[in-house]
Design a protein around this ligand. Structure first.
Ligand code: ADP
Ligand code: MG
Length: 702
């Protein structure tokens, strides 16, 4: 479309990227893929790492596993025909020898490396069969131009994409940095002076100039660790922007109204009286906070963290009952069919005696059953709906939804959470949200990741729980393990046998479970073996789980579908195959299926082959601790928050330079700064969010 005038509001006065030399419509389009729309954006596209090409290293001083520039003359170049054809070139500079090795090469490269030529190379030195070598180094012939300079700054390596190469990015940032230096960009530093501890952080311009082109004396090691003061300046700003964007989400939610669920508490009292156990102190405390939230005309947004088995479901039921007593509906969303079905059974069992209708909605139901469930939901017969993500599909309509409970939050993305929230909207009223997770994380971290939510912790397990004893055993001792299963069953115990991922394939995992179930049934003819996996029909799964719960099945072979929430207290032995392949949080979740009754439980982690260092650490952590907090901390250390909290997959939390784990020490000051800005300088807060979080803020629009 032809635009006649270019009427852009002056407030958004950024410099279009096309003003840089060499950027036409095509490159501009490619840069968009990197979220670079303006010159200012480009400056916040920060290097991933650096290479030191500022000096020439004598070959004799080269260390293996380090990157360096070397220069020398070619002594010999030859093609070798071994298992693979390759080009080998021997370089010497009087201090030592180095071999260049190429698996792909052409005649021109061969020519450049002719004996007697002088070449300069950049690459990573490693120990080869005949001394140090570089594989596929960058190189150039120097004979004509011996005076060629080395680089003046450390060489940045940027996140790149198809058609946007390092050299392009370096060239563009060169121009942008010049403009920055000349103050020709609309980039202001509105935060400085910044102080962290007793150190003052440099200003924005200084930090950007430095980080795009660090001087030769900058320490690569310090930069690699993200510890440089110039990095700290930008990390601070990014964390701040991130916290601000979550706070903004929360502020937006607060502008909406919700139904104030005021009740006499009759139903909740009846429910607690019929439970057969006392609530723990922690359950009572958290339930009381939720009760108060729900009485307010503002949508609750509360996250409840509690270790596996801490009794989160009861707390959710109490909240649901408050909605029901006030005349509204509640929806409970679980991440797997199995868990949804189990919640359905639990809630039905608890609530039917109180005359409350509970319905299940899952993707695998028969059409007629689903139709009926939808009907009951829409006309309000159903007061509590339990389901998977099937709950927020378009054709589902609620009658008077006032509370949404999301179990095992880390399995859902923000989108899904928001979609369900939006569904409950009636006029300007939104439902309350209760979010539950079994991945407890340290406070500083949760302040950053969950800044849009109020947080409560159930920090106590029901009484009488015995820690699960965990043993780690190689797969070669399988026969012993089968023996152990037989003995446990003879003693009237129930056993899980979990077949975990062999490949990243659901089908193969189910196949493995089927095979294992058959083999175990053959080996243990006197034992009732059951099987449950993700590809079974909903009804069949339900029957198997019920049979296991009732004790008719003694040994249940399962895939990881039983990972979350499944609750059969009489099960006291768990065998996990290929445990070395699972992450810590997943192992802990799975193990949480045992240790729920009064019986002392055992978990056997079997592994195959030789363990990697990380796998060894994971299994050791499992053996040494039963505490979800300790395990979560170890998991964070090994994998980082993006993976642990599932935020990486759901695209919720993509940080450019900050690392939540590594940079936690900045959080107290970041949070204080966020509070200050929200009170005193909203426009600046918006600007920072725009700068660092940009498009991600649209999560806020429901
Ligand atoms: P999670 O927090 O992992 O979701 P659940 O809600 O599944 O834990 O509860 C685990 C088990 O503990 C269930 O069998 C539940 O009935 C039982 N339970 C919950 N609260 C208590 C309590 N206060 N005393 C005894 N048992 C409890
Ligand atoms: Mg649970």
């Amino acid at each position: 479309m032809e635009s006649v005038s270019s009427e852009k509001p002056p407030a958004a006065a950024v410099t279009p990227i096309q003003q840089l030399k060499g950027v036409g419509p095509k490159l501009a389009q490619r840069l968009e893929k990197l979220a670079i729309h303006s010159v200012e954006d480009l400056l916040f596209h920060l290097p991933l790492r650096y290479e030191d090409r500022t000096r020439i290293t004598p070959i004799g001083a080269l260390r293996p596993a380090s990157e360096a520039v070397i220069q020398g003359s070619v002594e010999l170049t030859e093609i070798k025909f071994g298992r693979r054809r390759m080009l080998l070139s021997r370089i010497s500079d009087g201090t030592g020898f180095l071999t260049l090795r190429f698996f792909h090469f052409n005649a021109r490269q061969q020519e450049l490396l002719r004996r007697g030529n002088t070449v300069r190379c950049f690459g990573e030195a490693r120990r080869g069969s005949g001394g140090l070598e570089m594989i596929h180094p960058e190189f150039a012939r120097l004979d004509e131009d011996l005076s060629r300079e080395v680089e003046e700054a450390l060489t940045p390596v940027y996140p790149a994409t198809d058609g946007v190469h390092q050299l392009t990015l370096r060239n563009l940032t060169d121009q942008a940095l010049l403009w920055l230096q000349q103050d020709r960009l609309s980039l202001q530093d509105d935060l400085s002076p910044l102080q962290v501890g007793n150190e003052s952080l440099p200003d924005l311009k200084q930090a950007l100039l430095y980080l795009h082109r660090p001087p030769p004396d900058a320490s690569l090691a310090v930069l690699r660790e993200g510890q440089h003061i110039m990095q700290q300046r930008l990390i601070f700003e990014e964390l701040l922007a991130h916290v601000l964007s979550l706070r903004q989400l929360r502020a937006r939610a607060r502008q909406h109204r919700a139904v104030a669920l005021k009740t006499g508490g009759k139903l909740t009292r009846q429910f607690v009286d019929g439970l057969g156990f006392e609530l723990t102190g922690a359950q009572q405390r958290v339930a009381a906070v939720i009760e108060q939230d729900l009485q307010k005309p503002l949508p609750m947004q509360r996250l409840v963290q509690g270790d596996v088995g801490s009794g989160k479901t009861v707390v959710a039921a109490l909240a649901a009952l408050q909605a029901v007593e006030a005349g509204y509906q509640a929806a409970i969303m679980a991440p797997t069919e199995i868990l949804a079905e189990q919640h359905y059974l639990n809630f039905s069992h608890w609530l039917a005696p109180l005359g409350i209708r509970v319905s299940l909605l899952s993707g695998r139901q028969k059409t007629a059953v689903r139709k009926q469930a939808m009907q009951d939901l829409e006309d309000g017969t159903t007061r509590v709906a339990v389901g998977t993500h099937a709950l927020f599909q378009d054709d589902i309509r609620f009658n008077r939804l006032a509370l949404v409970v999301i179990d095992e939050q880390h399995r859902f993305g923000v989108h899904q959470r928001m979609a369900l929230w939006g569904k409950g909207r009636q006029g300007d009223q939104y439902p309350h949200q209760l979010i539950m997770t079994a991945t407890p994380i340290p406070r500083t971290l949760s302040m950053a990741v969950y800044a849009d939510l109020d947080c409560s912790i159930i920090d106590e397990l029901p009484p009488g729980r015995k820690p699960v004893e965990t043993v780690v055993i190689p797969d070669s001792r399988r026969a012993e393990v089968v023996e152990r299963v037989a003995r446990a069953c003879q003693q009237g115990k129930q056993v899980y046998w979990v077949c975990t991922l062999i490949e990243e394939s659901d089908a193969l995992q189910c196949q493995a479970a089927e095979d294992t179930a058959r083999l175990l049934a053959e080996a243990l003819p006197e034992i009732n073996v059951g099987l449950v996996h993700g590809r079974m029909k909903s009804g069949d799964k339900q029957n198997v789980m019920q049979d296991f719960k009732a004790g008719n099945i003694e040994l249940l072979v399962a895939t990881t579908v039983i990972e979350v929430g499944v609750d059969v207290p009489n099960a006291s032995l768990m065998i996990m195959e290929n445990a070395e392949r699972l992450g810590l949080s997943q192992l802990h979740q799975l193990r949480g299926r045992v240790g729920r009754g009064s019986e002392a439980s055992v978990c056997v982690l079997m592994y195959q082959g030789k363990l990697s260092q990380q796998a060894r650490e994971r299994l050791a952590a499992m053996r040494d601790s039963n505490d979800g907090f300790v395990i979560a901390r170890k998991d964070l250390e090994l994998r980082g928050p993006g993976e642990v909290l599932g935020t990486k997959q759901t695209g919720q939390l993509q940080l450019r330079i900050a690392d939540l784990q590594r940079d936690q020490h900045l959080m107290p000051e970041v949070l204080a700064c966020a509070d200050r800005l929200l009170l005193q300088d909203r426009p600046l807060a918006d600007k920072l969010i725009q700068r660092w979080v940009g498009e991600a803020t649209r999560y806020g629009h429901v």
